[in-house]
Structures are given as C-alpha cells and as structure tokens.
Design a protein around this ligand. Structure first.
Ligand code: SF4
Ligand code: ZN
Length: 340
C-alpha cells in the first residue's frame, strides 16, 4: 500500500510492544494490527461527529458498489448508528458485465452478513441504456464525452431518486480522501470554483425539493488505509480489476499526479484537504443560490430546463437507437430489487 505499508522489520508499534504492521509516512506513524484498526475507526468517528454527518433518527441510504470504500462505509456506519438510525443500502448496476455484476454480489453478501436491507436498480431499466452500450456509442462518436461523465451523472441521479423514494434523509457514499483531493484539484485546474464550493464532507441538498443531502464519512481517510482496513477486517468486497471503462477518466491524471506527490512529499493529500477546508467559507456562496426547478422531461430536480440525465440521454439519441418507448419507460417509478 502506498504510504501505508505492510512492513517487516519496521520496528515496534508507536503505542505498544507489538511489531509494527503498517507505516504511515505522513504522521509518521507505525502501528500494529489492533492499533491501526483503532486509529482508523477513531478518525472516521471523529469525522462523523465533528461534521455532524448523522442525526439520531435520520434514515441513511448508503451507496454500495461492492468495492472496498462502500464496504468499509457500510460496515462502520452499521456499527456506529444502526441502534439509533435506520440504514438501507442502495446498489446500482451500470451494466458492465464481468465487473459490476461481480462486485454487486460482494455488496449483497456484506448486506446479508450485517442484516442490512438493500435496494438494487439498474441503468438498463431506469435510464434505458447500459454503460456497455454507451461505451459503444462513444467509440463511434468520441465527441460525446467520456464513459465516466455519463456514468457519474446517471449514478448521482439514481442514488438520489432511490434514496428519496425509500424516505432517506441522507445518502452516505464511500468517497475517501484521495477521491476528495482529486476532485478539489480537478475543479481547481478546470477553474470551476462553483463546483469546488460544493465539495466537502456534506453536500447540503434540499430534501424537500427532492434532492437528498450526501455525506462522506471517509473523506479524511486515505484510500490505501481503506484497502488495509477492509483486508484486515476481512470484509467481503470486490478487489479485482477496476472498471474496464475507467481508462477514459480524466480523474486518472490527477490520481497519478497526487500519488507521485504523496510518495515524495508525505502528507500532501491532507494538506490539500486542509487548504480546501480553510478556503471553503470564502467560496461557499458561489455554490449557493441556484434556483431549483424541475426537469421538463422527467420531473427530476434540476437547475433549469432538462436535468443532466435527460441532456446526456438526448446527446446519445442520435447515435444510439434510443426509442421513445425506452425513454417513456424511464419516467415510471424505480424498478427495484428489494431485499429486506
Ligand atoms: Fe462508471 Fe467510470 Fe466508474 Fe466505470 S470507472 S463504473 S464507467 S464512473
Ligand atoms: Zn430529466
């Protein structure tokens, strides 16, 4: 693991006489198995408490993909709040055979293990097209954009839609420190302060307008430590090849740049996050004041005219034979698989 190494011969744990199993150069810290688990969980509990991510009695939807981030989020929130809050997993099948179908099986296994109900929806029924079909359309016409730009828009739309339908007051996602810092840098490099202003541990949406606030319990937790924790805790999760369409993601450049910097200058990712936290009060007003209206095509909350999902679908329609029947089907309520 980058900067969180399983080390032999690294000496003793900082906190006991056991051998250190993990070295975190940004501290620097050296921890044995049990002190790493305690350190990791304490930081996430602190994030949840300091940022007031969850209030007693709120129903929390948790986006579960079957990967390590969402597995750790589900496992920890279940341990922390299941006595005071109702939680339900929301799984989304983008239609990427050999990848998402496999990872969702792991998500279901974890839900069953923790006795957490889940709702499963898929792009094919909800949006009328799978990511594999979108990838084919993009190959025919690259100007359409990247697979991830379609996928991200559709996933946010469906997560919100399902969370709203099941009566959740918040949606918890598995975004970790690396994801957050990549997003900060992407928006900075894109000169998009408005979008940057909406980053943070809480995305304050208006639930009465049909937009469910989103929370990120892992946003101060480095990705490599999430990998270590999921492995040490033996949580069922998908850890094989990443998405076959991810090579198109712009985020990859930022991931590589930030990982290189973190290797050379440990603590860089935390410093970027802290800088953003100090900047946020100044840029926050830029992210506010967007008048919420409703999509003229599907009725979803939008910031004017058609929503992002409908605009994306429209852009595909010239390339892909996207029939009116498919689009009409999308307006029906969610077709879900429930497991209670
Ligand atoms: Fe979707 Fe891109 Fe993630 Fe693949 S890598 S699941 S295409 S957002
Ligand atoms: Zn719409």
């Amino acid at each position: 693991m980058e900067n969180a190494n399983d080390v032999n011969g690294a000496g003793k744990c900082d906190l006991c006489t056991d051998d250190a199993k993990i070295v975190l150069p940004y501290g620097p810290h050296k921890y044995c198995h049990s002190h790493f688990i305690a350190f990791f969980e304490k930081r996430i509990r602190r994030t949840v408490r300091q940022q007031s991510l969850v209030k007693p009695g709120e129903k929390i939807a948790i986006g579960v993909s079957g990967g390590k981030d969402s597995a750790v989020t589900l496992h920890l929130l279940h341990g922390m709040i299941s006595k005071t809050n109702e939680i339900e997993a929301v799984m989304i099948d983008e239609g990427i055979p050999g990848y998402r179908d496999v990872s969702l099986e792991m998500g279901k296994e974890l839900c069953k293990m923790l006795d957490v109900p889940y709702t499963l929806v898929n792009y094919r029924k909800e949006v009328g097209i799978t990511m594999t079909q979108i990838k084919d359309a993009i190959d025919m016409q690259p100007a359409l954009g990247t697979t991830c730009s379609f996928c991200g828009t559709f996933r946010r739309h469906l997560l919100n839609k399902v969370a709203f339908e099941i009566g959740a007051q918040k949606i918890a996602t598995g975004h970790n420190l690396d994801d957050e810092v990549q997003s900060i840098c992407m928006n900075f490099f894109d000169n998009d302060l408005k979008k940057m202003a909406r980053l943070g541990a809480v995305v304050r949406n208006k639930v009465d307008a049909g937009l469910v606030p989103r929370i990120k319990p892992l946003y101060e937790t480095p990705e490599k430590e999430v990998i270590a924790y999921a492995a040490l805790k033996e949580l069922p999760h998908y850890s094989d090849e990443c998405c076959p369409f991810s090579y198109q993601a712009k985020r990859n450049y930022f991931r590589e740049m930030l990982n290189n910097m973190e290797n050379e200058l440990p603590g860089t990712k935390f410093k970027i996050l802290r800088t953003f936290q100090q900047m946020k009060p100044f840029i926050e007003p830029l992210g506010r004041g967007v008048e919420i209206s409703y999509c003229t095509r599907c009725g979803a909350a939008s910031n004017g005219g058609s929503c992002g999902t409908c605009r994306k679908i429209e852009s595909l329609s010239a390339i892909h034979r996207f029939s009116a029947k498919q689009e009409k089907g999308r307006k029906l309520s969610c077709t879900t698989t429930k497991n209670m």
